[in-house]
Ligand binder design. Structure first.
Ligand code: ZN
Length: 384
């Protein structure tokens, strides 16, 4: 088994990479049957003739050599060539022709069963307490890939060691997951009392509206402890099950929850702040997708009027859209996005005003305890 990274072929000196490719294949053929694995194939396999420069010349020569080696195979020469990339869209077409890399295996983010199996692998050589429920952890981590899961368990081990535990306890795993999702706690960042009150109203608003809407994802945790970069508090929602499709009602509820933070600040503090910047960004992106991609606006109708930006990563950032339509359409899109957001804010305000006494209890509990988990929140909010 030969393993090499694509970037190992790329040198400043023209011709070196091509020679390395040749050597690799000569050696592989003497050891056949064998497997050659090239990681990060995009380092050499990028579309030819796109940019200029010495490195580019070198890369093209290396790629040409690779292409001709792959052609030169006898059908039974016994060398299997595997390669990996997370940027399939930049690869040169010639690499993907039949006879070359003609089978493609897409490794998507794993589903719940997949995550459980991955967690088992990473838990194997760690002293896990019997109380740690990997199945529950797999359920709580939709969208995470292998590296995220490994990272979560490593964080748990670090926390356990720092706290002097003999084994990794369920609490260590819980806190580690929070660190991975929201960044580490930053207790050193002191909020003034009025700021703390404002954050409590903001997060309390998200949490109350999320628990009041039947189609919104349940709240797992709400906190006013500053975390990671910039977040002064957060409300963590997780879907009940793996979700592949979202209905319009679910998306509208999501918008309502996103806008509830600011509406709640308005209600409790009488003044709005910059604290809603992430919420507004996410809500705008989602509303634009609903109008432009999902055909969910009556006025704009079914034609798709935006393209998703060419994904640089397989896990695209949300809402990177390029508007694609006439000026009239663009104006309609703006109006519709605005309408969706205004309606969502209206619903959020209505819920917050109607349940204001409950909201105040949530805010008080947050100011007192700083963090509430899903059960504690449900106890305050009660049945919808
Ligand atoms: Zn918010």
């Amino acid at each position: 088994f030969y393993s090499i990274s694509g970037s190992d072929f790329v040198e400043m000196f023209v011709g070196v990479g091509a020679a390395r490719v040749r050597d690799l294949f000569r050696e592989a053929q003497t050891k056949a049957p064998c497997i050659v694995f090239i990681d990060e194939i995009d380092a050499v396999g990028r579309q030819r003739g796109v940019s200029l420069g010495v490195v580019n010349d070198e890369r093209e020569q290396t790629l040409n050599q690779l292409l001709s080696e792959m052609d030169g195979f006898e059908p039974n020469s016994g060398v299997v060539l595997l390669a990996a990339t997370n940027r399939p869209e930049v690869l040169d077409r010639a690499l993907l022709r039949p006879g070359r890399f003609d089978r493609q295996v897409v490794l998507d983010a794993p589903d719940r069963t997949g995550r459980l199996e991955i967690l088992k692998v990473h838990a194997r050589d760690k002293p896990m307490d019997a109380g740690v429920d990997l199945d529950a952890l797999a359920r709580a981590t939709p969208g995470m890939v292998g590296a995220d899961l490994a990272n979560a368990l490593n964080e748990a081990a670090l926390l356990a060691a720092r706290r002097g535990h003999e084994r990794i306890l369920p609490a260590d795993v819980d806190d580690a997951l929070e660190r991975v999702v929201a960044g580490p706690e930053r207790r050193s960042r002191r909020l003034s009392d009025p700021e703390k009150r404002r954050v409590a109203w903001h997060e309390g608003g998200h949490a109350l509206v999320a628990s009041s809407l039947p189609a919104a994802d349940p709240v797992r945790k709400v906190s006013i402890v500053p975390r990671g970069r910039g977040a002064l508090g957060y409300t963590m929602q997780l879907p009940r099950e793996e979700v592949l499709l979202r209905t319009r009602a679910e998306l509208e509820d999501r918008l309502t929850v996103l806008l509830a933070g600011r509406s709640s600040e308005e209600l409790g503090c009488g003044e709005i702040s910059t604290g809603a910047v992430d919420d507004l960004q996410q809500a705008t992106a989602l509303a634009r997708q609903m109008v432009c991609l999902f055909g969910m606006s009556e006025d704009v109708g079914l034609p798709q009027c935006a393209r998703e930006m060419e994904g640089v990563f397989l896990r695209r950032e949300d809402g990177a859209l390029l508007l694609d339509g006439s000026e009239v359409t663009a104006r309609r899109v703006d109006v519709e996005v605005r309408r969706l957001l205004d309606e969502a804010r209206g619903r959020a305000r209505e819920i917050l005003a109607r349940r204001r006494d409950v909201l105040e209890r949530v805010v008080d509990a947050l100011l007192e305890r700083e963090t509430l988990d899903g059960d504690e929140l449900a106890e305050i909010v009660g049945e919808v």
